[in-house]
Design a binder for this molecule. Structure first.
Ligand SMILES: [Fe+2]
Length: 352
């Protein structure tokens, strides 16, 4: 379940509020007193006491899964609206003061994305930028970077809710390496002039997802780690919406969170928390937590903080200024930040 907390500061006092997100998932689970909506790590199965027809209908409903609206990952702002979000196509509007749950909004009504990141970026004007995945739409799977303008559309009928998403603009599409196994991502990077999108070798196996219910497994098991594949780094020019022609790749790594991104001395510099594999995911299963509540287990991959500096000229294309491969830690632009944070810099970039 998703629980929202807020802290308000006024006249030297702090007020704390806390409410469950009253999502459709919350209501359905509470009314049945069990989990009846599937989540990433928990597949919901029909009550064993129900009859065959009920079970058959439940099975058919899950053949094309409808995702949860249990926004337990983050709060995002589109226009003047605040939403609780996870990474599905549903977000739930909330009142930022009372934390009351309001309208349910489906990305797919405004943009053909089945999944979307829960970590958008904002510019100085308050425009929001996010990325989603459009799966097998018109026989193509692609990643879509999109902009939700800060200024919401004025409506004459004030009682009618018009989500800021109605004015969404596609900033760029990035073709996926494969039709049925798009990369999983949890965040992306943004500088003044570029989006940074990492196409990593942790993938969603769409065929496995479609058959997960039938096979009795949860959707998290449909994440496929492909250690034999490298990690592609896409740069997108925000002004033109075009992919920078040069593609960069680095060693196999799994990234959930981008930490920072900026431009300096002709480079796009970005920091991520990286893992060598996806064993981190396994750590959060209840049986594992019960076995090992302190997370003291060397079996799980430890995170490392990595900085990448991509040589890039502004004129809409990248210019590789070194030989075929370059050590990132040689990049001059990292010197100042390295002094400040003592960041260990590792990894190599090479021309694709
Ligand atoms: Fe996150």
């Amino acid at each position: 379940m998703s629980i929202i907390n807020s802290f308000s500061f006024k006249d030297g006092e702090v007020t704390h509020r806390s409410r469950f997100l009253r999502s459709d998932t919350f209501k359905a689970n509470m009314s049945e007193n069990r989990i009846v909506v599937s989540e990433m790590g928990t597949m919901a199965y029909p009550d064993p006491s129900k009859n065959f027809i009920f079970k058959a209908i439940t099975f058919l409903n899950h053949t094309v899964p409808d995702f949860t609206d249990n926004g337990a990952s983050n709060i995002i702002k589109y226009g003047d609206d605040y939403y609780a979000t996870s990474e599905t196509n549903y977000i739930r509007k909330i009142d930022p003061v009372t934390l009351e749950t309001q309208d349910k909004v489906d990305y797919m009504k405004y943009l053909p994305v089945n999944l979307a990141s829960s970590h958008p970026h904002y510019d100085k004007e308050g425009n929001a930028y996010n990325v989603g995945t459009s799966i097998a739409d018109k026989a193509k799977t692609k990643y879509m970077l999109f902009k939700v303008p800060a200024v919401a559309e004025k409506v004459s009928d004030k009682s009618k809710f018009v989500p800021a998403l109605k004015n969404v603009e596609v900033a760029c599409t990035v073709p996926c390496r494969s039709l049925l196994t798009p990369s999983y991502y949890h965040s992306f990077g943004m500088t003044d002039n570029y989006f940074i999108f990492i196409e990593q070798p942790l993938k969603l196996d769409i065929l496995k997802m479609a058959t997960a219910y039938m096979r009795g497994v949860n959707w998290a098991t449909c994440l496929k780690f492909c250690p034999e594949e490298n990690t592609l780094i896409h740069l997108i020019d925000r002004k033109t919406g075009k992919l920078v022609e040069t593609k960069y790749h680095t060693e196999t790594m799994i990234v959930y969170h981008h930490v920072n991104a900026f431009e300096d001395d002709g480079h796009v510099v970005f920091d991520v928390i990286a893992y060598k594999d996806n064993s981190l995911y396994d750590m959060f299963y209840l049986n594992k937590l019960k076995e090992n509540p302190g997370f003291h287990d060397d079996a799980y991959c430890k995170p490392s903080y990595r900085r990448f500096a991509i040589p890039c000229l502004r004129q809409g294309h990248c210019s590789w200024r070194g030989p075929g491969e370059a050590q990132i830690h040689n990049s001059q632009c990292c010197k100042r930040e390295r002094r400040q944070t003592d960041v260990p810099v590792r990894g190599t970039l090479s021309r694709f």
